[in-house]
Design a protein around this ligand. Structure first.
Ligand code: SF4
Length: 434
């Protein structure tokens, strides 16, 4: 069958789509880039915010109209898991719904759909370990590798534990096998993914041990990971960041709020002071590390004083960048039972304030890099200026410099000359190494 797949949401969804595509190719199907030419249209969905879910439903209706009358329409991912067969009532003409724990069934479900059978596969099996991913046959320079699925933390605003199930770690040998395969296919930069990689466990091995074995894979130049829950950030992991040469000096450590009172209601299991001590530990052990974060403003009960604490924490830590959101109710979560009592105009004002502050901090930190030389992994030509190359520093910052995009895959030193909002501009110091 010719299959068209669309993906919404987080890095984990992107990874899962790659895995499903590999499975479908291995079953003899072909991936196409146009829904109108496809025999089956599959949408991998995100339900992290109510608005994202509404948008996906609209997109499904649109794709139903776009695809041929006989084309199969399937929904996978978090909305599939959350809504199950209710999806078929929302969008007419759905042939299957496959939840986040049942991707191994996808080739079989497609075959059923070809025979006119409508299937809903949304069981979450806590004993199920991992969907085996067929060996990759193609790979980019930068790839994701899943190391853990699900989450046990139940932050009060988050739907993830309900749609992705309990936390399960992938055996280290399977992770290393996949990283080796990707390296053979040309990957140089690998991001290890899990909802909370810090609580990774394979027997007695923890996430720091996993980083050590991935660090030994020939061909891989850079290792990143996401996401880290502050309550599980260990000294061992920070030491691994400091000591392992391929592990990049970048930590995404979502704080969500600077107020301990709000953090408690969010069920985040750490206080403001504990978070700040972790930041001190990282700064001490990994000099020059970039810190990034997630921030929610307007959580139920957030007073002006609580919000001021978020601003002061941002001033104190000086994150390199942040994903910033205003709270919106997510049905099915604990926080949905709390009164959504921060008025919308206040949420918008607070969001504007954190964005403005973060912009100022980001440009100040980036500005300090002017005049320094950074190591850049070239990803290819710059989209805006094809005569320049585009790449990233070890800390994940975007760099543009005159030079051929054909250097893709090389590590080149770039001297930074000027800085715009999110990009460092410079000149290549030499041709670099492969
Ligand atoms: S750690 Fe909290 S925010 Fe992150 S996925 Fe788990 S429940 Fe959601």
């Amino acid at each position: 069958m010719r299959i068209y797949m669309e993906t919404y949401g987080c890095q984990m969804n992107e990874y899962d789509s790659g895995m499903m595509k590999a499975m479908l190719r291995a079953s003899g199907h072909t991936l196409v880039g146009d829904a109108a030419r496809a025999d089956a249209v599959i949408v991998n969905t995100c339900s992290v915010r109510e608005r994202a879910e509404t948008r996906v439903l609209g997109r499904l209706r649109h794709l139903r109209g776009l695809a041929g009358r006989d084309a199969i329409l399937g929904v996978v991912g978090c909305v599939a898991q959350r809504m199950g067969d209710a999806l078929a009532r929302e969008v007419k003409g759905i042939s299957f719904v496959v939840g986040t724990d049942q991707y191994a069934l996808l080739p079989d479900v497609l075959e059923s759909a070809r025979n006119g059978l409508v299937r809903f596969e949304t069981t979450v099996d806590p004993t199920e370990s991992y969907v085996a991913r067929p060996d990759a046959t193609e790979a980019g320079l930068c790839e994701f590798v899943s190391v853990a699925r699900g989450c046990d933390n139940y932050c009060s605003y988050c739907i993830v534990p309900y749609v992705r199930g309990r936390e399960r770690s992938r055996p280290a040998r399977a992770v290393v096998r996949e990283v080796r395969r990707l390296a053979e296919l040309g990957t140089r930069d690998v991001t290890l993914l899990g909802q909370n990689v810090n609580s990774y466990r394979d027997g007695s091995a923890d996430f720091a041990d996993l980083l050590k074995v991935v660090n030994d894979v020939d061909g891989i130049e850079r290792i990143r990971f996401a996401t880290s829950h502050p309550k599980d950030l260990s000294e061992g992991l920070v030491a691994a960041m400091a000591d392992l040469p391929k592990v990049c000096e970048h930590l995404h450590l979502p704080v969500q709020s600077g107020s301990t009172r709000t953090l408690e209601r969010m069920n985040r299991s750490y206080a403001r002071e504990q978070y700040l001590s972790l930041v001190d530990m990282v700064r001490e052990r990994v000099p020059g590390a970039a810190l990034t974060t997630d921030i929610i403003v307007g959580f139920p009960g957030e007073s002006e004083a609580d919000f001021e604490e978020t601003l002061s924490l941002m001033e104190n830590v000086r994150f390199d960048s942040a994903f910033m959101f205003r709270y919106s109710v997510r049905e099915g979560t604990k926080a949905a039972k709390l009164p959504d009592d921060v008025p919308e105009d206040v949420k918008i004002r607070r969001l504007t304030s954190v964005i403005e502050l973060q912009k100022a901090i980001t440009s100040e930190l980036n500005g300090k890099l002017a005049g320094s030389t950074v190591e850049v992994l070239v990803e290819g030509p710059s989209e805006r200026d094809p005569s320049s190359l585009f790449g990233r520093t070890r800390t994940g910052k975007a760099v543009v410099a005159p030079g051929p995009g054909a250097l893709a895959g090389r590590l080149v030193p770039v001297r930074i000359e000027r800085v715009t909002a999110w990009t460092l501009h410079g000149a290549m110091a030499e041709n670099g190494r492969r």
